[in-house]
Ligand binder design. Structure first.
Ligand code: HEM
Length: 195
């Protein structure tokens, strides 16, 4: 949902930049949590944890894509945060080899993310639809209640709280991006910044 809302802000990112930043920052803690959880599952699998071994590895495509999905997600969010840390003027004027400036780097990470996350979602969607339609049986290791429900809910609530506090802290730092008419378009000579 949050990710879809972030995509909507891209329809007019200059006009909706505050929303773009808030929603983007709200995505950071859940993305870190998801990375940590999957990292833990991977570690337990390779450390020969009994239940993790019984559940088996994901399909090869997902195993190959995994590191790229993590890299692309962190690079997209990290480059967005870098834009805030640098401010609009420095982000647009600093020269990055091949790409131009930091905004172009953020855009390039968006394209990288779209490709790998798109493939990842497709690879997850097909088995999920097969499970729902009954064409595939649930893995026996996944049957029955999973212990630790309270702890999981507590971690989720904490993540949402951290996300809200982080967004509230970062938004004021993004004030240099609120000026809708800076940078991309030249102002006509003599025109004032605020009509
Ligand atoms: C920490 C999170 C994020 C922050 C702080 C952030 C910040 C920014 C800022 C300041 C801009 C420049 C806006 C302007 O040109 O006035 C921008 C542009 C952009 N952002 Fe993000 N962003 C974040 C996450 C994301 C995510 C998750 C996506 C993808 C869904 C994304 C995609 C883009 C794209 C494609 C542009 C370029 C739009 C254009 O120039 O037409 N950003 N971002």
């Amino acid at each position: 949902m949050l990710f879809l809302a972030e995509l909507v802000t891209l329809l007019d990112v200059r006009g909706l930049v505050s929303w773009h930043v808030v929603i983007g920052v709200l995505l950071v803690p859940p993305a870190l949590l998801k990375t940590a959880v999957n990292g833990w599952r991977m570690l337990r699998y390779y450390a020969r944890g009994r239940t993790y071994r019984a559940a088996g590895p994901p399909i090869v495509l997902l195993r190959i894509l995994g590191p790229f999905v993590v890299l692309a997600t962190l690079a997209l969010l990290g480059s967005g945060l870098t834009l805030i840390a640098l401010g609009e003027q420095r982000s647009r004027s600093s020269a990055i080899p091949l790409l131009g400036d930091w905004v172009s780097l953020h855009q390039a990470m968006f394209v990288f993310f779209d490709v790998v996350a798109g493939l990842h979602v497709l690879a997850r969607l097909v088995p999920a639809l097969m499970l729902v339609s009954g064409r595939r049986k649930e893995h026996p290791a996944a049957a029955g209640p999973v212990p630790g429900r309270t702890a999981r809910v507590a971690v989720l609530v904490l993540t949402v709280a951290v996300a809200a506090v982080t967004a509230a802290l970062v938004l004021p730092a993004a004030s240099s991006w609120k000026n809708d008419d800076f940078g991309r378009f030249e102002r006509p000579p003599g025109a004032s910044a605020h009509p």
